[in-house]
Ligand binder design. Sequence first.
Ligand SMILES: Cc1cc2nc3c(=O)[nH]c(=O)nc-3n(C[C@H](O)[C@H](O)[C@H](O)COP(=O)(O)OP(=O)(O)OC[C@H]3O[C@@H](n4cnc5c(N)ncnc54)[C@H](O)[C@@H]3O)c2cc1C
Length: 167
Amino acid sequence: MCPFNEKRAALALVVTEVSEKEVDPYWELFLFSENIKYNIIEEFTLNHSSGHVYPHKIDNIYFAGNSGGVIDPFLGFGAMSSVIMGVMAGRSIATGKDYEKLISNIVKSNIRLHEFRKVFDMSSNTAYDVLMSSIGVPGIKHLLYYTPFNVVKTGGFIMKYIPKKKK
Ligand SMILES: Cc1cc2nc3c(=O)[nH]c(=O)nc-3n(C[C@H](O)[C@H](O)[C@H](O)COP(=O)(O)OP(=O)(O)OC[C@H]3O[C@@H](n4cnc5c(N)ncnc54)[C@H](O)[C@@H]3O)c2cc1C
């Protein structure tokens, strides 16, 4: 939910791997299950594609943000990395440094997060709930928020070796 002011907000639902025609029942189910009864002023559906991009630079064209495949495959975050890629594109232009090297941490992190997504896609709603609530458990919370432990790096490595079901 993205608020515009105290009375209005944009409510977005992302449904993965369905066609535009199939999306309406998911929207209805979402409104029903979350008991959302607000006055809806406008609705629209967008087809959204994201994925890995390579190379990130062709001649003098730099691909940064969404156009550079920035959206993380696990939870769909991309705002911070988009800003960082923009800064790195500027730095590469100004200093001649290799853009691909400057953004390699973002690219590596997304490859690791893809492993999270593959495991996440196999999980049930109950497993999601357990995972989300476990983040707040003392000890786990401390590890995640107050130590330099790199969840994405370690988790991505472990998840790579979890056997995945074929679709
Ligand atoms: C529903 C949704 C929820 C999201 N939630 C989160 C979140 O909670 N946290 C997070 O980190 N990320 C989130 N993201 C992802 C994040 O918004 C994007 O990764 C990020 O905004 C990408 O930034 P960008 O500058 O590359 O592209 P954009 O923000 O898409 O900016 C591109 C701009 O270029 C303009 N444009 C396009 N074509 C042209 C043209 N020909 N001429 C001129 N202008 C043009 C567009 O109108 C747009 O304003 C979400 C994305 C979606 C769709």
